[in-house]
Design a protein around this ligand. Sequence first.
Ligand SMILES: Cc1cc2nc3c(=O)[nH]c(=O)nc-3n(C[C@H](O)[C@H](O)[C@H](O)COP(=O)(O)OP(=O)(O)OC[C@H]3O[C@@H](n4cnc5c(N)ncnc54)[C@H](O)[C@@H]3O)c2cc1C
Length: 476
Amino acid sequence: MMEKFDLVILGSGSTAFAAALRAAELGKTAVMTESRQLGGTCVNRGCLPSKNLIEAARIIWEAQHPRYPGLRPAKIEFDFKELIRQKGAVIHDYRDRKYNSIVEDADEIKVYNGHAGFVDEHTVAVDGRLLPGDHFLIATGSRPVVPMIEGLDRVPYLTSDLLTTDEQQELFELPKSLIIVGGGYIALELGQMFHRFGSQVTILERNHTILKNYEPEVSLALAEALREEGVNLVTEVQVQRVFQEDNETVVVGQGDGAEQRFRAERLLVATGRIPNTDNIGVERVRVELDGRGFVKVSDELQTNVPYVWAAGDVIGGHTGSQLATPVGAHDGGIAAVNALNGERRKVNHAVVPRTIFTDPQVAVVGLTDAEANAWGHRCWCNTIPVKLVPRAGAIHETRGIAKMVIDVDTNKVLGVSLVMRDAGEVIHEAAMGLRLGATIHDFIDLLHVYPTMAEALKIVAISRYKDPEKLSCCAE
Ligand SMILES: Cc1cc2nc3c(=O)[nH]c(=O)nc-3n(C[C@H](O)[C@H](O)[C@H](O)COP(=O)(O)OP(=O)(O)OC[C@H]3O[C@@H](n4cnc5c(N)ncnc54)[C@H](O)[C@@H]3O)c2cc1C
């Protein structure tokens, strides 16, 4: 007899895993399905490999560009293919320990490989195998968007899938030169990384600034840092067509009222992500998608079909969600308890800290100044240069800014944006503050370890009352 599951999950990424594990904890049966590699984007071709290689590039770069007078530049010889090989080893290790062995140890969880799609209202099929279920979770994630650019179908191009392992999209040769179309976080992380490995990198952004949904001070500070180290960051250029000439890709854009041409050995397209919902048979269950294909959900992660749930990248910005691993890994569990335990837990996406792993890092949480105003808050906000943070001066790492947005009626901190070394670590203090409803005085009164980059939060808070340029060391 055909096995029926309590929860049938389309996908096997972090979101799917969270749901399957929660289902098992509840004593229910769950099945995950996977058309590529177990574990999804993050472990196989996203967070893990990118952060692995970005750190290697940082080591190489810092050796060649010491910040301290008295340290002489040293050239680290490196073997790109060997770096790629070790990246593969790290992925295999994580996949084995954090994904394969977890499902092997859980009797209630099954995984079937192959493309999954609804064949009728209560059944998903994977390569001909039918998986009937009581509840379904769509956790198929997202993939790189392929923009409509004339000629793109006739030239070889890379996407962020270049970070994958054991798949044909993997990149083994370091390009001498690289054009990146797009100015979002993936473009910037990979752009700086390739630049630091030695590629000549040009990043083409159509807007007048990179990171358009961030605080303007953030975009400015990061653009300055990237340009200072030699990344050719070109803004306000609309890419119109591409073609191949003499073993190079030529990108033709329109900017400043004139045609601009860029050429490089390789082209990387990093213009965003689209949800994997176009070929999973959602029409057979009549699950509603938005205009871009993301699944519409309530704040309980329920779709318009009561027994079909969705979470992770595939819901895009619905419920204020973000395309980031911890969000899906948190929400997958909520979808599972709501589906299987009859709970009505709501997601809370008000406090989602995010980091861009450039150097300096960008880390943000909460509302930007513009968002806070749009929500009707009466705001105070201020930005300080990171050079005011004692540790920054002490270690010759003064690039960046810290910005805080508060509600003047309640003194509650609404948002923090950081561009600085270790911003991705420091942002957690701000995130916890926002979660607990901290006021600006909580950030001022909290004793901070001296000298740390986290003091940026205290100093930007103090700047509401005093000139931060005139503070003595760690005195308030
Ligand atoms: C280059 C890069 C760097 C990133 N860096 C970070 C970072 O540093 N920090 C961070 O938090 N996030 C990062 N992300 C984002 C993060 O990887 C995603 O937000 C996260 O992986 C989404 O998890 P998910 O489970 O929703 O989807 P996914 O992990 O994409 O999992 C969905 C799975 O479903 C499979 N699938 C799709 N369709 C089907 C089908 N029809 N049948 C069967 N299987 C199917 C897919 O193959 C995939 O394995 C990065 C992403 C990229 C691309």
